[in-house]
Design a protein around this ligand. Structure first.
Ligand code: PLP
Length: 412
């Protein structure tokens, strides 16, 4: 790929040109895509990277002497380097390719989990995605460890005093989301990591909602693990990353056995490969990794301060406009939040509202957003969630508001 120039400021109309799907129609109406929390759309450069790979570059990596195999290995490893630079990891071999956030968390739960003993404690929070709950429940069941949950307030903010009181020398690992997919809350993970380290616990950041909204520096955070999915950061599905500290990863046993993760194999004894290969058994999602690298090259052309300011403006505008509709109830009003708005229309099931909005070309998500405990906390079946990306506009917010007013009239 040609080197992309770094942009100054932020121009949403220019950015929208990069995303072909934003110019398509559904039910003969312009698509208004407000489901970025579930997955983000792909810029043309990412689509091209996938096309080009299969049309001209496809070969398996790490094994072949032939031209294409060496070429594809180079592209794959270059993608790893791009991601390393983007998240400021110490070394590229600390960037492990996985299938996504879920896979990254399961890797830690199963591999780091081997070091967990009966009576050890794992801490998660009340606002976790199911993929940052269930692997820990499974681990605790296997090992006889104890799962503790940091409570949250009605506003959707974690109770940090309760967290401090939960930490003790039995705490093995804390695993908390950086940004809540259901509520938009940005958690103060840097401070939480320092607190965990003070008692000798490791810390995993679920970063599935991070880099589409903000920048991340894993060394500055000082996290032990950072997990994210390619498809939410404008890359392909089926690929993601687990970053880990070198000593922590080295102390962990392999997660899966197979090709690429070994040094030597005999029927008597197998020795394992070094990082990152120790944790990358089998042929990976090669094109996914390469195109994820392209997504990060694309992201690195943005002035993220300007992106964050733009998204804040969008969030404030959408919140203010929604507040003018008396039937709307908000869920999650944290002081520090990103452009995710969870709400309900009083007296209406979220599914009905979502289905009618869909007929107007407006894609929102309805339901529990893979965070059933959050919905239980508020005693609701689910919410309607409008989650914005940097390519969304105020005009789209206006269309959502008009659509909602129409839907409310229809349903009442
Ligand atoms: C999407 C999401 C996940 C799971 O990601 P997958 O891509 O489905 O593996 C985990 N945590 C959060 C906060 C998410 O938003």
């Amino acid at each position: 790929m040609e080197k992309l120039a770094v942009q100054k400021g932020f121009n949403v109309e220019e950015v929208r040109k990069d995303f072909p799907i934003l110019h398509t129609k559904v039910y003969d109406r312009n698509l208004i895509y407000l489901d970025n929390g579930a997955t983000a759309q792909k810029p043309q450069v990412v689509i091209d990277a996938i096309d080009t790979f299969y049309a001209k570059e496809n070969a398996n990596i790490h094994r072949g002497v032939h031209f294409l195999s060496q070429h594809s290995t180079g592209l794959y490893e270059e993608a790893r380097n791009t991601i390393q630079r983007y998240i400021n990891a110490e070394n590229s071999y600390q960037v492990l390719f996985t299938k996504g956030t879920t896979d990254s968390i399961n890797l830690v739960a199963f591999s780091f989990g081997e070091l967990v003993k009966e009576g050890d404690e794992i801490i998660i929070s009340a606002m976790e995605h199911h993929s940052n709950i269930v692997p820990w429940q499974m681990l605790c069941e296997r090992k006889g460890a104890v799962l503790k949950v940091i409570p949250m307030s009605t506003k959707g903010e974690l109770d940090l005093d309760a967290y401090q009181n939960m930490l003790n020398e039995k705490t093995k690992l804390v695993s908390v989301t950086h940004i809540s997919n259901a509520l938009g809350t940005v958690n103060p993970v840097k401070e939480m990591i320092a607190q965990a380290h003070a008692v000798g616990a490791k810390f995993l950041v679920d970063g599935a909602q991070s880099m589409q909204h903000t920048t991340v520096d894993v060394q500055d955070l000082d996290c032990d693990f950072f997990a994210f999915s390619g498809h939410k950061v404008f890359g392909p599905t089926g690929v993601g990353v687990l970053y880990g500290k070198e000593d922590v990863l080295n102390a962990m046993p392999p997660y899966q056995g197979g090709g690429d993760m070994i040094k030597t194999v005999t029927f008597e004894k197998t020795t394992y490969n070094e990082l990152p290969h120790k944790f990358e058994a089998g042929t990976p999602n090669i094109v996914g990794g390469i195109a994820l690298g392209t997504a990060f090259e694309y992201l690195s052309t943005f002035d993220f301060e300007a992106v964050e300011a733009y998204e804040k403006e969008l969030l404030d505008y959408a919140t203010a406009e929604l507040k003018k509709i008396p039937e709307i109830e908000f869920y999650g009003e944290a002081e520090n939040k990103v452009s995710v708005i969870s709400f309900l229309v009083k007296g209406q099931h979220p599914y009905d509202v979502g289905s009618l909005l869909d007929k107007l070309g407006i894609a929102v998500r309805t339901g529990h957003h893979c965070a059933q405990p959050v919905m239980d906390f508020y005693s609701i079946p689910g919410t309607i969630r409008a989650s914005f990306a940097f390519y969304n506009t105020k005009e789209e917010v206006d269309i959502l508001i008009t659509g909602l007013k129409r839907v409310i009239t229809m349903l009442s």
